[in-house]
Design a protein around this ligand. Structure first.
Ligand code: AGP
Length: 611
């Protein structure tokens, strides 16, 4: 949600900032801007360029030869104030010497604004962020770090901030509380960004700031201290992602690329984590002894959106394999519910980005009450990954498209491994463990087979693209897949879609069925198959068109459905992998057909770091 980038060094800052913002655009994309120190002219106002719209608008507004080697930039996802040039960041003080970019929400901005206005500040935007620029200017006495620290003392809420002053050439000061900020250490140059992707083309050495830390950097030096001014010893991490991994590699958009990467990303999540000899899983990062694993009596998953759907599948896997009760909780609900943390309960915070505010705050809430929380995250070094007590990285590689696809199947892989490990510390036999691993081994090939339905799915998408309402129906472990299929379609096509338990349908949702409303059925191969077939017949009897996703050899379902997507047969417990893939493609092709912006759908952002 919003992206920050900063650069100081010998090179032309504007180019690096705009290029960095382009890479961050997936975090928010309703407006963008940069502020650059004018080189020869310390003391004069900063060059500030802001534009409503995507980064392309900003890029064409920035002069190619804009001088200056130190600056900051921002791409916005509006929270306070509409989408306008004025509300875009950076925000400046009245003299134009201070520029600030901010992610997060300043909760007490109204009171601060009133006070600052009484002191003579004139506000140019409706944002909460602008108060920071005026506060910094108010406290500035020749030391930007000091001024920012003084300003921070007045702020309530969350922030990732980068700030420059024209009287301090080459200096950037940043602070973090609840919104990620990373320092990039180059050779004779420094970077500051909300996300490593903004600086990956220039450096792989990074330092993640923690909450309540302030960084001050120049081209060849940086120092970090907490709010109480205690120096922090920086831990330099190395980023292993390749730049190519975040390029589109010939695909029309990131979502398409990410869908088609799943035959490789799922094995990456499983790689090195299977103990064939003992029929179990090896998950070193959990930081739990066998005894502690054995003592787990119940599990609670905390997550949002697609990660929550992965958690619902995970609940099914863990319950049926390890026989421990599991509840998947919506983080946004849990955090305000005064949750009861029971003993011997393991919490799992599931998040692709590792930065989702709802998940992070819910995790902190249960940690405060003594819970052990493991993170299931994709982004290495993200806040949830760092603050959890241990966890599993899903290694799906950078996921850029707003609609999550490959991270979802990698999260599923993590749940299958965890389910196996827990089950083997409980009642699952060695032989059953070995059999389970064999089935898991077959999944990457099955995903390839599911991806091969591409042309069929595209034809179905064309046929139904104009439908304004869709139903997605599944039972058992495929119920969360129905929810996820509906979410994918809503997010990127803007069609109304509802995910529903196929057995629950008759209790109300069936009233929506008519000839214009396609019902997408996810047909399980196990004991719920017959029940699901009955539900298909109920829809057909009411004139509703049925699209069925089922095992490719299921002739009965093929003959019943108006449109049939046959996926490779796998054991019923593993069907989420094969069934979600065509649903992701269906959403993608419908959105394409409707001319939607697939990677950056309206009103959304990749990582939701506000409430
Ligand atoms: C998925 O397609 C969505 N964009 C969204 O629901 C997402 O899964 C949710 O915001 C949680 O994000 P996280 O996994 O990064 O925590």
């Amino acid at each position: 949600m919003c992206g920050i980038v900063g650069y100081t060094g010998p090179r032309q800052a504007s180019r690096i900032l705009v290029e960095g913002l382009k890479r961050l655009e997936y975090r928010g994309y309703d407006s963008a801007g940069i502020a650059v120190q004018r080189p020869a002219d310390a003391g004069s106002p900063l060059a500030v360029i802001k534009r409503k719209g995507k980064i392309a608008e900003l890029r064409s507004a920035v002069p190619k030869d804009l001088p200056g080697t130190c600056g900051i930039g921002h791409t916005r996802w509006a929270t306070h104030g509409g989408v306008t040039d004025a509300n875009a960041h950076p925000h400046c003080d009245a003299s134009g010497k201070v520029a600030v970019v901010h992610n997060g929400i300043i909760e007490n901005h109204v009171a601060l604004r009133e006070t600052l206005e009484k002191e003579g500040a004139v506000f140019k935007s409706e944002t909460d962020s602008e108060v920071i620029a005026h506060l910094v200017a108010f406290y500035y006495k020749g030391d930007l770090e000091e001024a920012l620290r003084a300003a921070l003392r007045h702020l309530t809420g969350t922030y990732g901030i980068a700030c420059i002053h024209s009287d301090e050439p080459g200096r950037i000061v940043g602070a973090r509380n609840g919104s990620p900020l990373v320092v990039g250490v180059g050779s004779g140059e420094m970077f500051l960004a909300s996300d490593v992707t903004a600086m990956l083309a220039h450096t792989r050495q990074v330092v993640y700031l923690n909450d309540r830390e302030v960084v001050s950097m120049s081209a060849d030096d940086f120092r970090i201290a907490d709010l109480e001014e205690n120096a922090v010893d920086p831990k330099i991490d190395r980023i292993e992602w390749d730049l190519e991994e975040i390029e589109k590699e010939g695909f029309a958009c990131y979502m398409e690329k990410e869908i088609f990467e799943q035959a490789e990303s799922v094995p990456r999540a499983l790689s090195g984590r299977v103990d064939r000899e003992n029929g179990t899983a090896k998950l070193g990062g959990l930081n739990l002894t066998r005894k502690e694993l054995h003592a787990i009596e119940r599990v609670r998953v905390i997550a949002a959106g697609t990660s929550w759907h992965a958690g619902l599948v995970g609940a099914y896997i863990l319950e049926s394999l390890a026989r421990v009760p599991v509840v998947a909780e919506l983080a946004s609900e849990l955090r305000y519910r005064n949750p009861v943390v029971e003993p011997n309960t393991l919490y799992l915070a599931v998040s692709q980005s590792g930065e989702t505010a709802d998940t992070l705050f819910a995790m902190r809430e249960v940690q405060r009450r003594g819970a052990t929380v493991l993170g299931i995250c994709n982004v290495v070094g993200s806040t949830i990954a760092r603050e959890s007590d241990g966890g599993i990285y899903v290694h799906s590689g950078p996921e850029i498209a707003v609609a999550s696809t490959k991270a979802f199947t990698s999260q599923l892989a993590a749940f299958y491994l965890l389910g196996l490990l827990l089950a083997r510390t409980h009642d699952l036999s060695h032989a059953e463990g070995v059999r389970f691993i064999k089935q898991l081994d077959a999944i990457p090939e099955a995903i390839k087979g599911a991806l091969a339905t591409r042309d069929k799915v595209q034809a179905i998408a064309k046929k139904y693209a104009r439908s304004g309402d869709w139903l997605f129906l599944g039972r058992g472990i495929l119920y969360p897949i129905a929810l996820e299929g509906a979410l994918k379609l809503k997010e990127i096509s803007y069609a109304h879609a509802e995910g529903c338990g196929a057995g629950e349908m008759k209790h109300g949702t069936i009233a929506l069925v008519d000839a214009e409303t396609p019902s997408v059925f996810l047909v399980p191969s196990g004991h719920l198959r017959e029940k699901t077939i009955s539900n298909i017949k109920e829809i057909k009897a009411r004139g509703g068109p049925v699209i069925a996703v089922a095992d490719s050899d299921d002739r009965e379902v093929e003959s019943l459905a108006d449109d049939f997507i046959g996926v490779p047969p796998v054991d019923a417990l593993f069907q989420p992998f094969t069934q979600i893939v065509p649903l992701q493609m269906l959403a993608y092709f419908v959105a394409l057909e409707l001319g939607r912006d697939v990677d950056q759908p309206r009103n959304l952002a990749k990582s939701v770091t506000v409430e």
